[in-house]
Design a protein around this ligand. Structure first.
Ligand code: ADP
Ligand code: MG
Length: 330
């Protein structure tokens, strides 16, 4: 794995080591192991995705970092500060945009940001309220009641709230939930600019395309366990699966036997009478070899398209295969 987990790694924005959380059960609910010994190192400057289905443990991890949930075991550090022993310093280095869109409806965006700055003990002269309002595109709504803000504006206000103390690490927990496409695009553009300007961004999502499009590094979590953590291209490359759709010049009743024989070991199917679908591992066979095999089977090629593996495939692959999971977690 490319990321070291030395506890004092100065290149790390966040390190968790053996981080675990068991929510106590009650009379009718059993205890829940929401995080199981998670070792994670998030490099400074990265745009890091924590990807996993609902219930995987993403918010639990974020909320431990934010100081909202008490861990059961392990340790966490933020920007080199231990989240327990140096709690105040650690908190100052992180801004968290929570999953829930909770905003006090009776405060304006300006008041909301001022209050938050007050909570961090930032003296009035040092506050950046107007700058933050501008950064999240709410300058013209600065003095409007928060209850009159749309969902997207509220989300941006929460992003602003997480930024008032200029933390080097910004955490967004499922920021796309309930945000329409246009506003999502605006939010992403803004967060990307912040990342380009040096802010480390940790994003949780269950949208595979989102992690793929936004993040340079992706960790996958499922049932409280970390099952992968790699650069996005490496993760995509690991699946080693591509698919080629080849349209030919004649209707076929079945995959020609000569073709099936020359591509033995690869899945060759007839999608329509004129279209072949061939799944292959690009590390051991080239698309040229596949096209040659189709030509040699006496078929003229009219059109070709290929499809790369996406995170959906990788995710299914990783979560289905316990051997693989055990190997990765080691
Ligand atoms: P995610 O954010 O990935 O959807 P969560 O961290 O919210 O996952 O939840 C992980 C697991 O812990 C889920 O099974 C959830 O039901 C459980 N859980 C979360 N919060 C609590 C809580 N306060 N009390 C009991 N169980 C909880
Ligand atoms: Mg969550």
């Amino acid at each position: 794995m490319a990321y070291f987990s030395a506890p004092n790694n100065p290149d790390a924005a966040i390190i968790t080591s053996g981080l675990s959380k068991t929510y106590k059960g009650s009379a009718n609910t059993p205890p829940k192991d929401a995080l199981k010994s998670v070792d994670l190192t998030i490099p400074r400057g990265s745009f890091f995705g924590l990807l996993g289905p609902n219930g995987a443990g993403k918010s639990t991890l974020i909320n431990i970092l934010a100081g909202l949930v008490v861990k059961s075991a392990g340790s966490a550090s933020i920007w080199g500060y231990d989240a327990d022993r140096e709690m105040r310093a650690a908190r100052r280095c992180i801004g968290v945009v929570p999953q829930e869109l909770h905003i006090d409806p009776f405060f304006t965006p300006r008041e909301t940001l001022e209050l938050q700055a007050g909570l961090y003990g930032i003296p009035e002269a040092a506050r950046r309220t107007d700058e933050v309002l501008d950064a999240v595109g709410l300058s013209d709504k600065a003095d409007a009641y928060a209850r009159s803000l749309s969902g997207g504006m509220r989300r941006r206000l929460l992003v602003g709230k997480a930024m008032v103390h200029s933390p080097p690490v910004l955490v967004l927990d499922e920021p796309s939930a309930g945000v329409d496409v246009d506003l999502r695009r605006q939010l992403w553009a803004h967060v990307k600019r912040m990342n380009a300007a040096g802010t480390t961004v940790l994003l949780t999502t269950h949208y595979l395309e989102e992690a793929e499009a936004m993040c340079d590094t992706i960790a996958i979590i499922n049932h409280g366990r970390l099952i992968a953590c790699e650069s996005t291209p490496d993760l995509l490359g690991r699946l080693d699966a591509k698919e080629m759709l080849i349209t030919v010049d004649q209707d076929l009743a079945a995959v020609p036997e000569t073709l099936a024989a020359s591509l033995a070991g690869h899945a060759v199917e007839l999608e329509t009478p004129r279209r072949l679908r061939i799944a292959y591992p690009p590390s051991s066979v080239t698309s040229g070899q596949i096209l040659a095999a189709v030509s040699e089977a006496g078929l003229e090629i009219i059109d070709v398209t290929t499809r790369e593996a996406d995170l959906e495939d990788i995710f299914l692959n990783l979560t289905r295969d316990p051997e693989h999971i055990a190997g990765d977690a080691a």
